[in-house]
Design a protein around this ligand. Structure first.
Ligand SMILES: C[S@@+](CC[C@H](N)C(=O)[O-])C[C@H]1O[C@@H](n2cnc3c(N)ncnc32)[C@H](O)[C@@H]1O
Length: 292
C-alpha cells in the first residue's frame, strides 16, 4: 500500500512537472505543483492550532488554499510565496472569492529568499530535500513557531506530532493517504545555567549543564557540588521542564522545575517534594555559557 502510494506520488509529480516547470535558483530542487486536498489543509491548520492571533506563511503556496483557509476559517493573517506567476494569480483570485484580501497576500518569490521572521506558523508541501535545506532557517525562527509539513518530514528532527489520514481527492481524485507533521521550534537551551532557590529558609544553588538535540534535552544539575542526572526533560517551544532528585541538608528531595526560556533567562517555578523541605517557589535561571 505504502509502495503504491509512493509510486502514485512520483507519477503525479512527474506528470505535473511536465506541465509546470518551476525552477529555483542554484542547486535547489524543482518542486512540482500538487495541491493539498482541502480536508488535509483543514487538518494541518487544526494541528497547528491556528487562531486569529497567528501569522501564517505558506512556502510554495500554489492556489493559496492554505493561507486563504487560515484567514477565512480562523481569521489568521499571512502570505504565500510561489515562483509560478499563474499560481499567484490563482491565489489572489481565491483570496478575492473568499473575501480575505485584507488579511492575506501572495508574492511571486523564491521561498529561499523570503523573510520568515514574522511567522508564527509555517506551512509547506515541498520535497524531503527542500525540507532539509530549509531546516537550519526554520530552527532559527522564534521559539514556539509551529511548522506543518504535508507528506514530508525533516530527517532526524523528529516531529512533535504526526498523523496519517485518508485523502480521497488527492492527486486529482486518484486518492491516497497524507502524512502531516508538526514541529514546534525549540528554544536554544544547550549550555550552562545557574539559579538559586530559597529552600527551608536558606539559599540553595543549582548549576545546570544542558545538552540538546532539537527538542530533546538532557543533562546534569550540580547541587552542593554533586552532579545528578536530570530526568524527563521536555522542551516545547520555549516551555522547558525537568525533574531530578537531590539531597538537601541531608534530606532526599524531589525537584520539578518548569519555566519559560527567554534568551539567556528562564522564569518559572520549582516544586520540591519530600519531607520538611516541600515547597513551591519561584525559579529564575540565567545562562552562564552557551554550548559551542
Ligand atoms: C506541492 S505544491 C504545494 C502548493 C500548496 N502549498 C498546497 O499545499 O496546496 C508546491 C508549490 O511550490 C512552488 N515552488 C516550488 N519551488 C519553489 C520555490 N523555490 N519558491 C517558491 N515556490 C516554489 C511550486 O510552484 C508549487 O506551486
Amino acid at each position: 500500500m505504502r509502495h503504491a502510494m509512493r509510486m502514485l506520488r512520483a507519477m503525479a509529480g512527474a506528470a505535473l512537472m511536465a506541465f509546470v516547470p518551476v525552477h529555483a535558483a542554484g542547486d535547489q530542487p524543482t518542486v512540482p505543483y500538487v495541491p493539498t486536498p482541502q480536508a488535509v489543509v483543514e487538518r494541518m491548520l487544526a494541528m497547528a492550532r491556528v487562531t486569529a492571533a497567528d501569522y501564517l506563511i505558506d512556502l510554495g503556496s500554489g492556489d493559496g488554499r492554505i493561507v486563504v483557509t487560515a484567514a477565512s476559517k480562523y481569521g489568521a493573517r499571512g502570505f504565500g510565496v510561489d515562483l509560478n506567476p499563474v499560481r499567484i494569480d490563482e491565489a489572489n483570485e481565491n483570496a478575492r472569492r473568499n473575501r480575505v484580501t485584507d488579511k492575506v497576500a501572495f508574492y511571486q518569490r523564491n521561498l529561499f529568499e523570503t523573510d520568515l521572521s514574522q511567522a508564527t506558523v509555517i506551512t509547506m508541501y515541498l520535497l524531503p530535500r527542500v525540507n532539509l535545506q530549509l531546516r537550519p532557517t526554520l530552527l532559527d525562527l522564534k521559539p514556539g513557531t509551529r511548522i506543518v509539513s504535508h507528506d514530508f518530514d525533516m530527517g532526524d528532527w523528529k516531529p512533535d506530532e504526526h498523523v496519517r489520514m485518508d485523502a480521497t481527492d488527492k492527486f486529482s481524485g486518484a486518492g491516497g493517504d497524507s502524512d502531516i507533521y508538526l514541529w514546534i521550534v525549540p528554544a536554544k537551551v544547550a549550555g550552562g545555567w545557574r539559579s538559586q532557590l530559597t529552600v527551608g529558609g536558606k539559599p540553595q544553588a543549582y548549576e545546570f549543564q544542558l545538552d540538546q538535540k532539537y527538542q530533546s534535552v538532557g543533562g546534569t544539575v550540580r547541587v552542593n557540588g554533586r552532579p545528578v542526572q536530570i530526568q524527563g526533560a521536555t522542551l516545547r517551544g520555549a516551555e522547558l521542564s525537568f525533574s531530578f532528585a537531590a539531597e538537601i541538608n541531608g534530606e532526599p528531595v524531589k525537584h520539578r522545575f518548569s519555566g519559560r526560556v527567554d534568551g539567556g533567562r528562564v522564569a518559572g517555578e520549582a516544586t520540591l517534594t519530600g519531607g520538611r523541605l516541600a515547597a513551591r517557589v519561584e525559579w529564575l535561571a540565567e545562562r552562564t555559557e552557551a554550548a559551542r
